[in-house]
Design a protein around this ligand. Structure first.
Ligand SMILES: C[S@@+](CC[C@H](N)C(=O)[O-])C[C@H]1O[C@@H](n2cnc3c(N)ncnc32)[C@H](O)[C@@H]1O
Length: 346
């Protein structure tokens, strides 16, 4: 920014203005199954075939496909039979449901839940609190009471949370050598994608997913295959119930849901339960110390405002919470991807 051209024609402002239109085009193509159909077909398909197979209008589908071409999510070839559409490589990998790196579920959560909450972003900033009541008519003291307002919502949330670990799981779990920890508890382990990544990276560990009873049931029934012998389950509320002894506690995207007081309470409990010599691994998206970025983390922090009681923090803020709870030798590793790792020792 800063040159005369930029000020005469503010491209960046126009891009930001259109930001949510871009997201919605991608979400809609995912939701309607455009990328799945084109992957299954193997061959490029015409507008008429795509619209017929997905049960949409041709008028709407033509606009959607063209916009996806503009966004480089699809490519188009003009043939004698007319325009034929196919997935780009990045869409095959990240936007189809069946791909191991699929981001489909997080997109559906963004499109159907986060998007509705963000409609009330102005109210969230004015009031400094989440917007579940306005967006969904549910009021709950605990944001997870509101988030899990139906089994369907809970499933969407957990599947969405799982998506990211296909991309970032290895980085956060290998930021430190965790091979000396054998009994690991993944507190608030949700759908268990990170736990699965952990047992595949560290052959000597067992990981127990500790989460609210209804979440553990869903993790068992829907996400963790029964043959996964090194994953165990523990139903509990980490604020109210006891936390069993372990060598390492993973708290992945947990502290960002809560204010400093609640984080302090939870970390003190974890410290008490932790075997001497053991540790705690925080997995979070870290702000720069001067809070000037990264932009993704700043946006996530706004999302925490709209959806939870928490916020994204700087490494110094997490270190302070860990030290106050009794942990020492706190080390921070930025992965260069969306999520980072902090290790504290008892
Ligand atoms: C943002 S999700 C993170 C899930 C998972 N750790 C991950 O990184 O994908 C927060 C998790 O904390 C769990 N949780 C929230 N409150 C809890 C409580 N009081 N006791 C146990 N788990 C809780 C939620 O059910 C959810 O699975």
């Amino acid at each position: 920014m800063g040159s005369t051209e930029d000020l005469d024609y503010p491209q960046i402002i126009l891009q930001y203005n259109n930001g949510f239109l871009v997201s919605k085009v991608m979400f809609t193509a995912c939701e309607l199954g455009v990328f799945d159909l084109l992957l299954e077909s193997g061959d490029p398909l015409s507008l008429d075939v795509i619209a017929a197979r997905l049960g949409t209008s041709t008028t709407g589908m033509e606009r959607l496909l063209d916009a996806c071409v503009g966004l480089k999510l699809l490519s188009v070839e003009l043939t004698q039979k007319g325009a034929l559409y196919r997935n780009t490589e990045i869409s095959n990998i990240y936007l189809t449901k069946s791909s191991p790196k699929s981001q489909y579920h997080i997109m559906m959560y963004y499109s159907n839940t986060v998007y509705l909450c963000w409609h009330y972003l102005t109210d969230a900033v004015r009031e400094g609190r989440n917007q579940y009541e306005r967006a969904f008519g549910v009021s709950s003291k605990d944001p997870f009471g509101a988030m899990y307002r139906s089994e369907e919502e809970m499933l969407k949330f957990l599947a969405g949370q799982n998506s990211i670990w296909g991309i970032c799981g290895k980085d956060v779990l290998t930021a430190f050598d965790l091979s000396s920890f054998t009994r690991i508890y993944d507190l608030g382990g949700g759908g268990g994608a990170l736990a699965r990544e952990c047992v595949s990276l560290y052959p000597n560990c067992t990981v127990t997913i500790y989460d609210l009873p209804k979440v553990v049931q869903v993790a068992k029934d829907r996400f963790i295959p029964p043959e996964e012998q090194r994953i165990a389950f523990h139903e509990g509320d980490f604020f109210k119930d006891s936390i069993p002894e372990a060598d390492l506690y993973i708290l992945s995207k947990i502290l960002h849901d809560w204010d400093d007081d609640k984080c302090g309470q939870l970390l003190a409990k974890v410290h008490q339960a932790c075997r001497p010599g053991g540790g705690v691994l925080l997995v979070e998206s870290l702000l720069k110390e001067d809070r000037s970025g990264p932009i993704e983390t700043q946006l996530y922090s706004m999302n925490m405002l709209v959806q939870t009681e928490g916020k994204e923090r700087t490494p110094a803020e997490y270190s302070k919470l860990l030290v106050a709870a009794g942990f020492r030798e706190v080390q921070v590793k930025r992965t260069g991807k969306l999520y980072d790792a902090i290790l504290g020792r008892k």
